[in-house]
Design a protein around this ligand. Structure first.
Ligand SMILES: CC(C)(COP(=O)(O)OP(=O)(O)OC[C@H]1O[C@@H](n2cnc3c(N)ncnc32)[C@H](O)[C@@H]1OP(=O)(O)O)[C@@H](O)C(=O)NCCC(=O)NCCS
Length: 203
């Protein structure tokens, strides 16, 4: 992961949202120009029913509302996930549901992009950013108990199961059981260290 734009300290704003790059992806702040593309991708029941706040159907006006509100709250970040040819494939965000809570990671990808490892790659970039540039000590995530792909992607990034809970799922107008996960800085740095050791052995 490389950080292409630096964030001025103590400043949080849309213009200050960095661009994060991985081998196959770039993550950047959404703009209103992206609204139609985001709506076309997100308008799928399989995405809405596995996310807390995404409505179904998801219209262009919903995308515009999301984009207008993105990256406005201090310390929260919303990134569009794009391929290097600038194709938009999904969204990943660091949000805070209550002022005192740790940041929570959530993401979705358009269905054509599932099953290619993109979620894991995007998660790793944003996790690295949260621990290195933002200085967090832990991150949270939650996923419906019926969502093994999300669970697996979180676990591949080092998230550990901490218990169960309930999320209000907007698309089903009801609450649903979720598994809660937490990633602590120590686990993250150990995983990063293991990666470096493997690379050295392979040389
Ligand atoms: C969850 C989601 C982001 C995963 O995206 P993805 O790019 O397909 O994920 P990845 O390819 O990085 O990793 C998925 C892992 O789950 C595994 N997986 C997929 N379906 C699975 C299933 N039914 N049972 C068990 N494992 C499964 C994959 O094999 C992969 O693991 P592997 O690399 O060890 O083989 C995507 O499905 C999505 O957007 N879903 C709708 C929204 C959502 O659920 N968001 C998460 C909650 S906030």
């Amino acid at each position: 992961m490389s950080l292409l734009q630096e964030i001025p300290s103590e400043t949080f704003c849309e213009a200050c949202t960095p661009v994060l790059e991985t081998k196959r992806l770039a993550m950047r702040a959404p703009t209103l120009v992206d609204a139609k593309t985001v709506a076309a991708l997100a308008n799928d029941r399989r995405i809405a029913e596995n996310s807390a706040r995404i409505p179904f159907p998801f219209q262009v006006s919903d995308a515009e509302s999301f984009i207008a509100g993105a990256n406005k709250a201090a310390g929260e970040f919303a990134f569009l996930i794009t391929l290097h040819d600038e194709t938009v494939i999904g969204v990943i965000a660091l949000t805070r549901t209550e002022p005192s809570q740790e940041l929570e990671l959530c993401l979705w990808l358009g269905v054509p992009y599932w099953g290619k490892g993109y979620a894991t790659e995007a998660l790793q970039a944003v996790i690295d950013y949260a621990f290195t540039e933002l200085g967090h000590d832990a991150l949270q995530a939650g996923t419906r108990v019926t969502n093994p792909a999300s669970r697996r992607a979180l676990e591949k990034c080092g998230f550990q199961w901490t218990g169960v809970g309930l999320y209000r799922i907007r698309a089903i107008k009801s609450s649903a059981p979720i598994d809660r996960f937490r990633l602590e800085r120590g686990i993250w740095s150990a995983i990063k260290g293991w990666g470096m050791n493997s690379a050295k052995r392979a040389v």
